[in-house]
Write a protein that binds this ligand. Sequence first.
Ligand code: SAH
Length: 415
Amino acid sequence: MPALALAIARAGAIAYSPGAMPTLLVPDRLTSHVAAGHPWLYADGVPAIPGARTGDLVTLLGQGRKPIGQALFDAESPIALRVLSTRRGEQAGPELWRRRVAEAWALRHATLDLEHTDAFRVLHGEGDRLPGVVVDHYAGFLVLKLDTPAWLPHLPDLLAALTETCDPRGIYFKGMSGSQRASDDPATAPRTLLGDEPPEHILVREHGMRLLVDVRRGQKTGLFLDQRENRALVRQVSRGRRVLNLFSYTGGFSLAAALGGASRVTSVDIAKGAIEGARANFGASGLDPASHEFVAADAFEHLSACAAAREQFELVVVDPPSFAPRKQALRAAEAAYTRLNAAAIRQVTPGGLVACASCSSHVTMDMFLKILRESARVARRALRVLEVRQEPADHPTPLHFPEGRYLKFVLAVAE
Ligand code: SAH
């Protein structure tokens, strides 16, 4: 397969050669945590592994030095080990990657409406038991993102598994998540690894809604796929409403609202490119952008301007970026979420709808509902909750991995 060989060479990755597997004696207090399915072991909680290098597959040993699993080692990350398998006799390596990819692909086919949707997550890292690997599918193109360089030596085998199961038109590598990794490192720089270069804009379908995706310049892998079902919900409740979509990105919620019959949709995002993308998305669906409003501005300032102009909406969508990327930022984040949601709730007409989201994993659902209670109190409005949602089926999370549950979405009537 010459294309694959070329991709491997261009990936700059040295193929993994299994030697004697390093071992780690897992402290007793952590063995049940591994057995239950938690996918991480922190560097400060486990002994050092002499001689181990990033990318090594490590055998985890429990009491009596009995093997309890296998994990991928990262020498630099606070997450030293990502657990790959806890099943007896299961061997981490190309065959396991192949099985995991095939299982994930089958799960998407079993749970998603792929007749009308061709933009979805194929691999959601920990939730698909390939921790640290994210792969999204956009109309036949795969976009890969890694949380750890520990996967680089295994990349050729992972690409082979993806090619075999998904038969993609091309595989684009979006690089490493997190800013601490140098993006100018040729091994981790974004590029096409296999097959065709993705076009500048890939036209995808989401429950039949057409969206343009720029996988190179877009945020995440191009789209916020985790909001797909929530966009469908917004489409369902938008008929005849004036809609304000704050933090619109390329207008996913806006387009859903417009196609659902909203009378006028205002999209607000601080990024000019995102607003241009939103306008283009309206055009691609045959909607006249001139009938709607596109504003490149700060959402907080825009809400203040709406308040000053006494402008209200029958539906306000609030989907900000994470205000708490680190646990230490939680206090400040709670205050910011409250300020934002209170200001948004004030701009909802009496009896209108508000849809509030948070994508910070440090903010639990309970915390978010508390934030919304406080926001409603500050805005002097009563909220009646219609829907409370978390990640969709293509973003699975192990039950014993609450850290993986990051998305909260609440639709409510503001009295
Ligand atoms: N709702 C979107 C995703 C939103 S992502 C969807 O379904 O596709 C968060 C967006 O908030 C990003 O596009 C980012 O550019 C924007 N953003 C960040 N800070 C902002 C601010 N202060 N005001 C307005 N937009 C902001």
